[in-house]
Design a protein around this ligand. Sequence first.
Ligand code: UDP
Ligand code: MG
Length: 332
Amino acid sequence: MAFHQGMISLVVPAYNEEENLPVLVHRLMAVMKQYESYEILIVDDGSSDQTRYVLRQLSQEYPVVRFISFSRNFGHQMALRAGYDNARGAAVICLDADLQHPPELIPALIDKWRQGFEVVYTVRRPDPKLSWFKRTTSKYFYRILRRVSNLEIEDGAADFRLLDRKVVDTIKQFKEADLFLRGAISWVGFRQCRILYEPAARYAGRSKYSFRKMMQLAAMGITSFSTRPLYLSVTLGFCMSLFAILFGAEAIYEHYFTDETVSGWTTLVLLLVLIGGVQFIMIGIIGVYLGKTFVEVKGRPAYIIGDTSEIEETVTPWQSPIEEEIFYSPLT
Ligand code: UDP
Ligand code: MG
């Protein structure tokens, strides 16, 4: 097997993580000092707190720290993507800013990479500290995703992983607007290896994944790796037609061979409503895919960079998260 060496990039997406970042950077530097060359690339996903200011200071203090700051919140997946696009290392490791992904595991990932694995992903052990809701929704999400998409993604596979330069360059070629990275990385293949880990507690702040963001991620995961929901309407259409034929045959039989009176008003209304409902669902599914096509056709940039450590800040550091309003009145 190949013997991998070279610079290691650590990519950290951060959304309102001002309290976590200084601690994270120090823990990462402590772990990484055994390696000759590394960089810490932090992607500020349009935070509304002091994250960007904290990053500017950290990058001035420590040359290994670089940052990219989005012009607004584009979401975790886009932050990771910007990290892959801008990392310079021969291996790129992504981890969360909240220290739930223990930095002390990084040497284990690097060891596996040096043994020749091109993707080293981690799976978190079932964690009783995690809320029941999060555990159950995550379990069913992966189950449905595996069913509809033919992707082998394990329960609890997180965005804490190492990718070799080859894999990063492959991922960079994905041009789709909403890229579901966990799916894409499972899809590209390469020599993959898995490490189990025990998640730590969030160091500070609370989860930045609202219920809405989780649902968006789930919908994106399913619709970007499968067209199978579209076939649902065909299957249902066949089932319903078959049902209608049988139903019709029975009605004809009753009409000609028995004296039973037709008393099916309720059945009729129920069937109408049911069929109407199913049609709306199917139109909705088609609409979702059509909408995705529309977004792809527009070809907008996936994210917008507002500031980076590569450009020197010429204006005074942005201090306050509160926007100032300026009133101008020509009469006074
Ligand atoms: N994150 C981000 N953009 C978002 C939401 C989250 O960059 O819109 C980052 C966040 O700062 C953290 C990582 O994604 O580093 C995972 O988020 P979080 O820890 O809140 O999720 P959880 O661990 O609760 O699933
Ligand atoms: Mg977290």
